[in-house]
Design a protein around this ligand. Structure first.
Ligand code: AP5
Length: 210
């Protein structure tokens, strides 16, 4: 089984959804930079205060902040623990920094068309407490507006508004898409179609990991 996995894919491609399923079924630790930054922003930490403006506009948070944050997280992982990086790396500089610290076994790229991404993000609802995600049509919570897992009130992320989503897609193409070639050259890239039911996609994800 692959032990160190980078999830690649545009905003809304299902990195969080599939990463969470991998973590629950196969016991991986999931490290999501987006979740970490949102938590820091909610708690008003120095990192959160610096990151919030970038996130709300759909821009990337500066490399040095993210690289320092992830260096600490990776250093604290136990020996032999399986880990999924969700939303990191997002630039070649971040990928180089990660590669210096840990050997990546698989870069799993989820491929989804733009129209579908916009639909998914503008109708996504997120839990501020346990980070679960729902979709108003495809994956609705049992009780409208309430998280199935922890009972907290769901919210619509500021960066999931349509104008910001368009900017996030632009930023993804410019800064993060080059990582597809980066990992392809290293012989560890696998691309999976990220459209279809969550369970169908997960079956394919598992095949590439096991
Ligand atoms: P982050 O939180 O990482 O956002 P993202 O990469 O844009 O990804 P998303 O969380 O939006 O989507 P996802 O691919 O996880 O999809 P999900 O599973 O939720 O980052 C946010 C911001 O933080 C960035 O813009 C940046 O500012 C900053 N940041 C984070 N990391 C950084 C870094 N490394 N460097 C610099 N800055 C960084 O699914 C989406 C929706 O679709 C959900 O509603 C879900 O229920 C639904 N869905 C999922 N799968 C399916 C399916 N198969 N069919 C139908 N619906 C589905």
């Amino acid at each position: 089984m692959k032990r160190t996995i980078v999830l690649l894919g545009p905003p809304g491609s299902g990195k969080g959804t599939q990463g969470e399923k991998l973590s629950q079924e196969l016991g991986f630790v999931r490290l999501s930079t987006g979740d970490m930054l949102r938590e820091a922003a909610r708690n008003g930490t120095p990192l959160g205060i610096k990151a919030k403006g970038y996130m709300d506009s759909g821009a990337l948070v500066p490399n040095e902040l993210i690289i320092n944050l992830m260096k600490e997280k990776v250093a604290s992982l136990g020996e032999g623990v399986g880990v999924i990086f969700d939303g990191f790396p997002r630039t070649v500089e971040q990928a180089d920094a990660l590669g210096e610290q840990i050997k990546v076994d698989l870069a799993l790229n989820l491929d989804v068309d733009d129209d579908e991404l916009i639909n998914r993000l503008t109708k996504r609802r997120s839990c501020p407490k346990c980070n679960s995600v729902f979709h108003l049509e495809y994956n609705p919570p049992a009780k409208p507006g309430i998280c199935d897992k922890c009972g907290a009130e769901l919210y619509h992320r500021d960066d999931d508004k349509e104008e910001t989503v368009a900017n996030r897609l632009k930023v993804y193409r410019k800064n993060t898409m080059p990582l597809i070639e980066y990992y392809e050259k290293r012989g560890i890239l696998q691309t999976i179609k990220g459209e279809g039911s969550i369970d169908e996609i997960f079956a394919n994800v598992k095949k590439t990991v096991l």
